[in-house]
Design a protein around this ligand. Structure first.
Ligand SMILES: Nc1ncnc2c1ncn2[C@@H]1O[C@H](COP(=O)(O)OP(=O)(O)OP(=O)(O)O)[C@@H](O)[C@H]1O
Length: 324
């Protein structure tokens, strides 16, 4: 068994009367992309702050990259990369200067800095702009530079807070391209928060936190399966025959709804091939709708993710980083 990238046991944080995080437990495996979701005030920022060693737990413990976040703070910091939504790259400097400064802060060996810089800048498509001042960059380019910087010192765990918030769809998709590439090319674990449910689909597992407690942790597929069955609609030449055959061959109760034969099954995409093979009534079209992660979020927290606005606590967090 390899050491988990992140291991959290009874982790708690109290601010006076407010129990921001109420003793949470979870593990993130090495190489995993772990999504952390929750409504406003759920405790996401507080949890990340403790994992990144910027806030002390008031209870429980956690290790990141195998190091305790309280007693081995410097080791944790050396092994993590941080990318948050508020830009912290320096606009008066060029991309290359920003990265060199970061390399020095993290004591990246001199002979490694240039090749690694080229590698991360190429990855985010900024190699040809490396000598331009960052204040001439677009918002998406700055975010890409943040990602390059977060990766420069080859962290074992990368924390991404809302990495694509406020970006246009092309840039969002490009950033997901880099994250998926990282997953292939680097031995890195990614812990991310996002409000875009379609992005949470990229995560290997998702934890939903609400009122300081983890309400559920599972794969996106299992979470969707847990909130309801898939809805299948078929068009056939003979709806009555199709309904009768569904009942007879599969024990499924179907009904005509909006001109189509509709019914629910647990795993729609696995059921469709059987349907074609065994129904015995010609099918002209089939449509399978899965419960979405929005349905999952709603079901576990009672609110939609859209109500949960982009985290505001992170701005303060990044100021704390800058003061570090
Ligand atoms: N420094 C602080 N002092 C007092 N209370 C705090 C402090 N930081 C956070 N809290 C409280 O702890 C709870 C959890 O806040 P936290 O910022 O971790 O939530 P969040 O899930 O990150 O929310 P958001 O998405 O809005 O950033 C909230 O009730 C918040 O008001």
């Amino acid at each position: 068994m390899t050491t988990p990238a992140i291991s959290v046991r009874g982790l708690a944080k109290r601010y006076g009367a407010v129990e921001a995080v109420k003793g949470v437990d979870f593990e993130v495996r090495q190489g995993e992309v772990f999504g952390f979701l929750g409504p406003n005030g759920a405790g996401k920022t507080t949890t990340i702050s403790m994992l990144c060693t910027l806030a002390n737990p008031t209870g429980g413990s956690a290790t990141v990259a195998g190091f305790d976040v309280v007693t081995r703070r410097d080791d944790v910091r050396r092994n993590i990369g941080l990318v948050f939504q508020d830009p912290t790259v320096d606009g008066y400097l060029t991309a290359a200067q920003n990265l060199r400064f970061h390399a020095e802060l993290y004591s990246v060996p001199k002979d490694v800095v240039e090749p690694r810089m080229r590698q991360v800048l190429e990855m985010v498509g900024l190699q040809d702009r490396r000598d331009d001042r960052v204040d001439t960059y677009s918002g998406g380019m700055k975010r890409r530079l943040e990602i390059a910087r977060g990766l420069l010192h080859s962290p074992r765990v990368l924390f991404l807070d809302e990495p694509t918030v406020g970006l246009d769809p092309q840039t969002r998709s490009a950033i997901w391209g880099y994250i998926n590439e990282l997953r292939r090319t680097e031995d890195i674990t990614i812990f991310l928060t996002t409000h875009y449910m379609e992005e949470a689909e990229h995560a290997d597992r998702i934890a939903i936190i609400d009122h300081g407690e983890i309400v559920v942790i599972d794969t996106p597929q299992a979470l969707k399966a847990s909130v309801g069955e898939d809805r299948v609609r078929i068009q056939s030449d003979d709806d009555a025959a199709a309904i009768a055959a569904l009942k007879e061959r599969f024990g499924i109760e179907a009904a005509v709804s909006e001109g189509q034969v509709s019914f629910s099954v647990p795993a729609g995409e696995e059921f469709v091939p059987r349907l074609f093979a065994e129904l015995g009534v010609p099918i002209r079209a089939v449509h399978v709708a899965r419960p979405s992660l929005d349905d999952v979020f709603m079901s576990y927290t009672g609110s939609t993710i859209r109500d949960a606005e982009a985290s505001s606590g992170m701005a303060e967090f990044m100021r704390a980083m800058a003061r570090r």
